[in-house]
Design a binder for this molecule. Structure first.
Ligand code: NCD
Length: 304
């Protein structure tokens, strides 16, 4: 039985297969409409979410399966002190697969070790967010036709943003990727990631101003300042509007650059950018459903 804790749990070959399946689902949704009949997905969310939880549920419903779960830990037995290990043992009796989001790094992994059904890490604290990474990679591959030879700018909260940590982890396996990290001093990418890039000899640069690198970028990955992970409100207020991508800032960018964002957006992308053909963040949401459909089928070993 397989779980998904980290994007690296799949080899690049396995990812290609998963993305081919997601693209086939995109082209022929009717073919997959009954694939998960009689199967149940449990969504156990101990932390707020709109997109990730609903996109898992939408994915399972589009496969003809059913969903159950909780979106608020204060309404679950966690509020009575139940451990994730016990919760997953219970959920294993109710469902065939589980997507779990938890504020504690590693909690879904603890659950997986006690589970008799596949567990998907739907985000664990500031650590990893593998299904967002699968979504990001599928979006890039579908819209650009490749996953290698890019200069990618990651902008915003690179310290606390788990989507950023997961994406960097996944992209280093492709050839000729160059990273430009755009963040204020206080929100720089963690040292362990920089060490990993140095070890692998992967090219990266750290800058503070978006304007300093815009013309070089093939992909711009914007992120929200992660309010919930700050220790004090003052720092958050000072940093929250550090970057605001607007029409004027898009001007010097390449004509085929893609703007990605895991969403939710706060102020970091002005709504005037939404109509720019390079804005891909709403398409990304749709790819998130296809890739989760492909993932559910793969982990449940269902062939269509
Ligand atoms: C992200 C997350 O939860 O880490 N959201 C998402 O799942 N699409 C990004 C964020 O909350 O900023």
């Amino acid at each position: 039985m397989r779980h998904l804790m980290n994007p690296l749990d799949f080899t690049t070959k396995e990812l290609e297969k998963l993305f081919d399946l997601a693209n086939d689902i995109e082209r022929n949704p009717a073919k997959y409409a009954h694939a998960c009949e009689g199967k149940k997905l449990a969504t156990c969310f101990y932390e707020p979410s709109t997109r990730t939880r609903l996109s898992f549920e939408s994915a399972m419903l589009s496969l003809g399966g059913q969903v159950l779960g909780f979106a608020d830990a204060s309404n679950s037995s966690a509020a009575k002190g139940e451990s994730v290990s016990d919760t997953i043992r219970i959920i294993s009796c109710y469902a065939d697969i589980c997507a779990m989001r938890h504020p504690k790094e590693g909690a879904p992994m603890v659950a997986a070790s006690k589970s008799s059904i596949p567990v998907i890490n739907a985000g664990d604290g500031g650590h990893q967010h593998p299904t967002q990474t699968l979504t990001d990679l599928l979006t890039i591959r579908s819209l650009k036709g490749r996953l290698n030879s890019f200069t990618i700018g990651l902008c915003g909260d690179l310290k606390f943003g788990r989507t950023v940590h997961s994406l960097i982890n996944a992209l280093v396996r492709y050839e000729n990727i160059r990273f430009i990290f755009i963040s204020p001093e206080e929100l720089k990418v963690p040292d362990y990631i920089i060490e990993m890039l140095k070890e692998k000899g992967i090219s990266y640069e750290e800058v503070i101003r978006l304007e300093d690198c815009m013309p070089q970028l093939d992909l711009l990955y914007m992120t929200r300042v992660q309010k919930e992970r700050f220790f004090n409100e003052e720092d958050y207020v000072r940093l929250k509007d550090f970057y605001i991508l607007n029409k004027a800032k898009m001007e010097p960018a390449k004509k085929d650059m893609l703007v990605l964002h895991p969403l939710p957006r706060v102020n970091e992308i002005s709504v005037e950018v939404d109509d720019d053909p390079r804005a891909a963040y709403f398409k990304q949401v749709q790819y998130g459903v296809y890739v989760r459909m492909a993932l559910i089928l793969t982990l449940l070993e269902i062939q269509v």
